[in-house]
Design a protein around this ligand. Structure first.
Ligand code: FAD
Length: 381
């Protein structure tokens, strides 16, 4: 394939990319099958990633982060995504950290970010509830002020990193009946927390190594000082302002999976023989590959433009929603064809494209469903 280099790449990032690729090959890929079996990646890899400067890469050094920018996060996503490493919930960890960077008090940043950067504290974002996903204003988890504490009752579902997380950005109702203005985010440290319980790790179609879990809160006490930003009723505003970043993360992972799946398929069709020829010699294979390469390039160029915009601070929610929706749809179409070109082997979990296909499905659902993306886009037209 003709070489395409993202315009935002430079020499330093190329060195960083090499280090990430070596880390993924040495520390992650050999463990991926075991992680998928046990449904989580364990704590050790988080500490290793932290010690290698691969967590909170785009968080300022003054707050305990690595001090790079979104391009460093993109490099991580690309190197993990192209290899089909999807259990390590670094995206949600980064999003949780960005709530602190963008909305936390100085004391909250100092308390949590250095431990998140080292991998000691794993972050999660807990919004979704059994009866409230797309319609987040319908959440029921309550936090009632009692002296210097908030007392939390309720439950959350589908929480990425839920089993391993030591810090939750927990979306709660602080004033029921007030809609968006009655919503707040509490920073909840889970270690030894009385009344807090992690339910089962959920059995999913894909993302088998990801510890997506249910969380339960029964009279859980959290100091009022853990209210993100210190002012109640800001939760919705805080969530909305970080949406472009979150949606772009999904698109970056999506295009990386397309590139990885396409590369694996190219190698496979050159090796595999049928009717005395390699699969690559059939015109159908050539045309399919041409289509997949074109679609992948279009996704890449769009995502690269969004990466440049987020670095410049100009990525808006509508453009990020376009990227999330279009790339995740395209990701699934491309990986479906990659499976088809592998024949029966494409349906076997030991093949990368099989795992990538199953992992891709949820990209159209989480981070706001693609239907909600279209609601956002159409409102702007
Ligand atoms: C693997 C996985 C990981 C996740 N990780 C997290 C996490 O870390 N933290 C977290 O808080 N949540 C997480 N989620 C939850 C995820 O964000 C929600 O599942 C998603 O927002 C959809 O909500 P729902 O499941 O309640 O579906 P619903 O909201 O019930 O939607 C069902 C269907 O109705 C459609 N629909 C709903 N409203 C509209 C509308 N206005 N117009 C048109 N169509 C509509 C939806 O698009 C969808 O097709 C995760 C989910 C999964 C599966």
């Amino acid at each position: 394939m003709s070489a395409y280099l993202s315009p935002w790449m430079d020499e330093d990032l190329a060195i960083f990319r090499g280090a990430v690729a070596r880390f993924a090959d040495a520390e992650m890929l050999p463990n991926d099958a075991a992680w998928r079996r046990q449904q989580h990646v364990g704590r050790e890899i988080w500490r290793k990633a932290g010690s290698m400067g691969m967590l909170l890469t785009d968080v300022p050094a003054e707050f305990g982060g690595v001090g790079g920018d979104f391009r460093h996060e993109a490099v991580l996503y690309e190197e993990f995504g192209r290899r089909g490493i999807t259990g390590f919930g670094q995206g949600v960890h980064s999003i949780c950290a960005h709530y602190l960077v963008n909305h936390g008090t100085d004391e909250q940043r100092r308390r949590f970010l250095p431990r998140m950067a080292s991998g000691e504290l794993i972050g999660a974002i807990a919004m979704t509830e059994p009866a409230a996903g797309s319609d987040l204003q319908g959440i029921k988890t309550r936090a009632v002020r009692d002296g210097t504490d908030y007392v939390i009752n309720g439950s959350k579902i589908f929480i990425t990193n839920g089993y391993l997380a030591g810090l939750l950005a927990l979306v709660v109702k602080t004033t029921p009946g007030e809609g968006a203005r009655g919503t707040s985010i509490l920073l909840v440290e889970t270690d030894g927390l009385e009344g807090f319980r992690v339910g089962r790790i959920l059995d999913k179609m894909g993302l088998k190594a990801q510890d997506t879990s249910e969380l339960f809160f029964e009279d859980v006490r959290v100091p009022a000082a853990n209210l993100l930003g210190g002012v109640p009723g800001q939760g919705f505003y805080q969530l909305m302002s970080d949406l472009p970043y979150e949606r772009l993360l999904i698109a970056v992972g999506g295009v990386a999976a397309m590139e990885g799946g396409l590369a694996a398929t190219l190698a496979y069709v050159k090796e595999r023989k049928a009717f005395g020829r390699s699969l690559a010699e059939f015109q159908n294979t050539q045309f399919k590959l041409a289509e997949l390469a074109t679609k992948t390039r279009i996704a890449r160029v769009f995502v690269d433009d969004c990466i440049a915009k987020v670095v410049a601070g100009t990525l808006d929610t509508v453009t990020a929603s376009m990227a999330k929706y279009w790339v995740s749809d395209a990701q699934q179409e491309v990986l479906d064809e990659c499976v088809q070109l592998h024949g029966g082997y494409g349906y076997m979990n030991e093949y990368l494209v099989c795992r990538m296909f199953a992992d891709a499905r949820v990209q159209r659902i989480y981070g706001g469903t693609n239907e909600i993306m279209k609601v956002v886009i159409s409102r702007s037209l």
